[in-house]
Design a protein around this ligand. Structure first.
Ligand code: AMP
Ligand code: MG
Length: 402
């Protein structure tokens, strides 16, 4: 058995980075950037009005109310490009350039047009700078705004668009084959017979892999027969960067996944991790394809996918931070660790009145209880050791991807 951190290190060492490709901004969300995003303009590109109202000189209206002569209009996309003098005002709209000579914008609600629109009465004074965002106050042209290795989120899209990235360079999508093994399995659209259950792992793995940008192929269900496993694995590795299997890796009489891998000549990097749930996790390479042989229990599949396979899929795309995000939280109820394995226990998270993050361990029936696990948004990471961890202790939690 090797520790989880060592297993993750091995995964990272063995994971090659895929080539990059250029994608349209419309299809970039979720992908991992492989270029720096650099501002090609100042933001704002000119002194910009933040309100509809009048561009003024603060000094002119220090003793408001004061009347000013309206000398022009500056609209978004159609500025007024003359110089405004003392005693003058320019009608201005949100997003429009502030004319030279003006040093503040008074909002329209605090003004009143008089003399049939040739003059404006400013009802309250403003300090210089009010309602103006100065040129380059947000970003200077030439600044790096996003770095290679970052994930493109929905919030990132505006940045790409504003600096003209119609196409953006990202890591290629890994091709992933998922394969559920077990003679008890039937497809989701079938009614299980005696001694049978529906396969869920193939769908869980396909969904998780897709969340990590993979192009997923679901292989047909494989029974517990070494030759059948070998045939499917040999086929899958021809067209996949990663093969993820579930089931058949523990020590039962019909657990043939490892045997099949070994007979095919795979290089096995590890086959037992000091992890609960997920001890019999296998990591190997067959040809050029990385193989994750995950245990069959659905909760073990979720935990081991996210610790190991997700890390590899993101590293392949050049993610700077391929592992699950983690932080500290206060435990809401007592929990128990395992003597010789690190535990990852399903939890809900909330923030209490004092603003502390609270980790609430879910009641669950073990690694087969996927219905309870469905409520988890994080995993509480308990170090190996027999100790009880008391409510109120600070624990490490890792976030499941969303
Ligand atoms: P195994 O790792 O093959 O010993 O399987 C452990 C447990 O997980 C057994 O109860 C299996 O029936 C169950 N299991 C294995 N594969 C799947 C699957 N694809 N979907 C749902 N449950 C599974
Ligand atoms: Mg099995």
């Amino acid at each position: 058995m090797i520790p989880v951190t060592e297993a993750i290190q091995i995964v990272l060492q063995q994971t090659p980075q895929l080539p990059t490709e250029s994608v349209s901004i419309s299809h970039a969300r979720g992908r991992i950037l492989s270029e720096e995003i650099v501002a090609d303009t100042d933001l704002p590109p000119f002194d910009r009005a933040q309100m509809d109202g009048y561009a003024v000189r603060a000094k002119d209206i220090a003793n408001a109310p004061a009347s000013l002569k309206i000398v022009g209009e500056s609209a978004a996309g159609a500025g007024w490009h003359n110089k405004m003098n003392a005693g003058e005002a320019v009608r201005i709209m949100t997003g429009a350039p502030v004319p030279a000579g003006a040093d503040a914008v008074q909002q329209v609600e605090l003004t009143r047009e008089i003399e049939s629109g040739s003059q404006v009465e400013i009802l309250e004074s403003v300090e210089a700078g009010r309602s103006i965002v100065r040129r380059a106050a947000e970003i200077k042209s030439g600044e790096t705004v996003l770095r290679a290795g970052e994930r493109i989120t929905t919030e990132t899209i505006a940045t790409l668009a504003s600096f003209g990235y119609a196409q953006v360079k990202v890591g290629q999508r890994p091709r992933v084959a998922v394969m559920a093994t077990g003679s008890e399995l039937v497809n989701v659209d079938e009614k299980p017979g005696a001694d049978q259950i529906r396969d869920s792992n193939n769908y869980t793995l396909a969904a998780y892999a897709a969340q990590s940008n993979a192009l997923v192929e679901r292989l047909p269900l494989a029974g517990d027969h070494t030759e059948e496993l070998k045939r499917q694995m040999a086929r899958a590795v021809e067209t996949s960067d990663v093969l993820i299997t579930s089931g058949g890796v523990s020590v039962g009489v019909y657990d043939f996944t490892k045997a099949a891998l070994k007979e095919l000549g795979a290089e096995i990097f590890f086959e037992r991790v000091a992890l609960r749930p997920g001890k019999p996790t296998v990591f190997a390479r067959l040809g050029k394809t990385l193989v994750f042989g995950l245990p069959g229990n659905p909760v073990s599949v979720a935990v081991t996918f996210n610790l190991f396979a997700r890390t590899a899929l993101r590293a392949m795309q050049g993610a700077t931070d391929p592992m699950l995000a983690h932080e500290r939280a206060v435990l809401a109820r007592d929990i128990k660790g395992s003597i010789d394995r690190e535990s990852y226990l399903p939890a809900a998270l909330r923030t209490n009145e004092k603003g502390s993050l609270i980790a609430e361990p879910l009641k669950w029936g073990g690694s087969s209880d996927f219905v309870s696990f469905a409520r988890a948004i994080a995993l509480i990471n308990v170090p190996a050791g027999d100790q009880k961890i008391a409510a109120g202790s600070v624990v490490r939690v890792v976030h499941l991807p969303n």
